[in-house]
Design a protein around this ligand. Structure first.
Ligand SMILES: Cc1cc2nc3c(=O)[nH]c(=O)nc-3n(C[C@H](O)[C@H](O)[C@H](O)COP(=O)(O)OP(=O)(O)OC[C@H]3O[C@@H](n4cnc5c(N)ncnc54)[C@H](O)[C@@H]3O)c2cc1C
Length: 409
C-alpha cells in the first residue's frame, strides 16, 4: 500500500521563486475534488465502494461484458456509471467539456481516443483521421498538449507478434507492416505540424519490440528540433531500466530528444500467466518493491538528463510523485520545467493531480473518449486495477468519503 509521504516540500525553489505558499501535500481533499460537484462525488463513492468488493466487481465486469456482447440495452447504465467516472465522453465534443473543466484548475489533458480490440484493416484506416481530428482539435485548445496512441490500434496483434519474434514476413505481411508505419507516420506528422505531442503506449511484452522500434524511428524523425514523440517504459519489467538507458544513448548518438513516458505497467497478471503457461522466464520483476525501485531510479535518471530527455511521469503512486517533485526542488528546477510532466488517469488519484497543479507543476489527465461499446476493454482494465491493486481503491474511497463528510453530503 502507498504510504503518504511523511515530510512535506515547501514549494520554494533554489532561485527563491515562490511557486505557491502551500506545502506540497497530496492530502488536501478540498483541492483534489473541487472540480467535482456533489452528485459526481456521490457517484464516485458508489462506484469505488462496489469496486472495493472483489465479488461485486467481478460480477459487475462479467455482467457488463456479457450484456454488451448480447447487445442488451445497458449502454445508458454503463454510460451513467463507470463510463462517466473514467471517460470524458463518447465524442471529442463531449470530451471537450470535461477537458475545459480540468483546464480551469490548471490541469492539462492527454486526449485519448480509447477504442480497442479492432483487428480489421478498415478499422485501422478509419482510426487515422479520428486521431488527426483529435490532434487538430487539441491544437485549438491551450490545455491539450498530448495525444496518446496504441500501435495495436493500427496493426493486427498477430502481425506484431510475428515481428516481435523476428520471423520472416511474406510479401503481403510486409505490405501490411508498411501500411502500419505509414499510419503512425501520418499521425506523428500531423502532431508535428500542430505542435502536439504523441505518447506511444506500451503494451504486452510479446509485441513490444516492433512498438519500440517504431517509436524510436518516429523520435529519430520528429524529435530532432522539436519534441513530438514519446515512447513508454514499463518498469514492472526487469529489463526496462537498462533499456531506458540504452534508448537514451541511442537518442544522443542519433541527435534526437528521448521522450520517456514512465509507467509501472498494466498487464502484470496476463504477463505472468502467459510466461507460466508457455514455460519461459517471466519478464516481470520479482516483487512490487523491485518495480518501485526501478521506477524511481528511472525518474531520477531522466531528471539527471533533462537536456536530452523529456520525462512523462505516468503514475498514481504518491511516493514516486513526491520523490520526483522533491528531486526537482533539490536540483533547482522550476516545477513547470518544459521537459517534465506528471500524469494520472481521469477518474483516479485526483488528490495527486490537482495538488500538483495547484503547486505549479505540469500535470495532465489521460482523458479517454470513444463510443461506450468500444471503450469497454479500457473500463474493464480500470475496474480490475481498482479491485486487484492492494490499497488503490481503499485510498480513493477514503479520500472521497472524507470530502463528502467535509461537504456535509
Ligand atoms: C498517465 C498514465 C499512462 C499509462 N500508460 C500506460 C501504458 O502505456 N502502458 C501500460 O502498460 N500501463 C500504462 N499505465 C498504467 C500503469 O502501468 C499502471 O498499471 C497503473 O498506473 C498502476 O501503477 P502506479 O504506478 O500508478 O501505482 P502503484 O499502485 O504504485 O503500482 C501498481 C503497479 O505496480 C506493479 N506491481 C504490483 N504488484 C507487483 C508485484 N508483485 N511485482 C511486480 N510489480 C508489481 C504493477 O505494474 C501494478 O500495476 C498508465 C498509467 C498512467 C497513470
Amino acid at each position: 500500500m502507498n504510504m503518504a509521504p511523511e515530510s512535506r516540500i515547501h514549494v520554494i525553489f533554489a532561485n527563491n521563486f515562490p511557486i505557491s505558499d502551500m506545502p506540497l501535500s497530496f492530502d488536501n481533499i478540498e483541492i483534489a475534488f473541487r472540480y467535482r460537484d456533489n452528485k459526481e462525488l456521490k457517484r464516485a463513492n458508489f462506484l469505488f465502494t462496489s469496486m472495493n468488493s472483489p465479488f461485486l466487481s467481478k460480477m459487475g465486469m462479467k455482467a457488463t461484458q456479457w450484456a454488451m456482447n448480447m447487445h442488451l440495452p445497458v449502454k445508458a447504465l454503463v454510460k451513467k456509471t463507470i463510463f462517466q467516472q473514467f471517460c470524458g465522453g463518447e465524442t471529442i465534443e463531449e470530451a471537450a467539456e470535461t477537458s475545459a473543466t480540468l483546464g480551469k484548475f490548471g490541469v492539462d489533458v492527454a486526449l485519448d481516443y480509447s477504442v480497442e480490440g479492432k483487428e480489421e484493416e478498415a478499422d485501422f484506416d478509419h482510426a487515422v483521421p479520428e486521431f488527426i481530428k483529435a490532434i487538430e482539435y487539441a491544437a485549438t485548445q491551450n490545455n491539450i498538449p498530448f495525444i496518446p496512441i496504441k500501435v495495436t490500434g493500427f496493426a493486427r496483434f498477430s502481425l506484431l507478434e510475428k515481428i516481435h519474434l523476428q520471423q520472416p514476413l511474406n510479401a503481403d505481411e510486409k505490405a501490411e507492416w508498411t501500411r502500419v508505419e505509414e499510419r503512425i507516420h501520418k499521425i506523428c506528422a500531423a502532431a508535428a505540424k500542430c505542435k502536439s505531442m504523441i505518447l506511444i503506449d506500451a503494451e504486452e511484452s510479446w509485441i513490444q519490440l516492433p512498438v519500440d522500434e517504431l517509436a524510436d524511428a518516429m523520435m529519430a524523425r520528429y524529435n530532432k528540433n522539436e519534441l513530438v514523440v514519446f515512447n513508454t517504459f514499463q518498469m514492472y519489467r526487469h529489463d526496462r531500466y537498462e533499456f531506458l538507458k540504452v534508448s537514451h544513448v541511442k537518442a544522443m548518438k542519433e541527435g534526437y530528444i528521448l521522450g520517456a513516458k514512465l509507467v509501472r505497467g498494466a498487464y502484470m497478471e496476463k504477463e505472468r500467466r502467459r510466461a507460466a503457461e508457455q514455460n519461459y522466464p517471466s519478464p516481470i520483476q520479482p516483487n512490487k518493491e523491485s518495480t518501485d525501485k526501478d521506477y524511481d531510479l528511472a525518474v531520477a535518471y531522466c531528471l539527471d538528463h533533462l537536456d536530452t530527455i523529456a520525462l512523462f511521469i505516468g503514475t498514481h503512486n504518491e511516493n514516486s510523485c513526491f520523490k520526483a517533485a522533491e528531486t526537482m526542488q533539490q536540483k533547482g528546477l522550476q516545477p513547470n520545467h518544459h521537459h517534465v510532466y506528471f500524469s494520472q488517469l481521469f477518474g483516479m488519484s485526483d488528490n495527486i493531480t490537482f495538488n500538483l497543479a495547484d503547486a505549479g507543476f505540469n500535470v495532465c489527465k489521460y482523458l479517454p473518449y470513444g463510443p461506450v461499446k468500444d471503450v469497454v476493454p479500457y473500463l474493464m482494465r480500470r475496474a480490475q486495477e481498482n479491485t486487484s491493486v492492494a490499497g488503490q481503491t481503499g485510498r480513493e474511497l477514503g479520500l472521497i468519503r472524507r470530502e463528502m463528510k467535509r461537504r456535509g453530503i
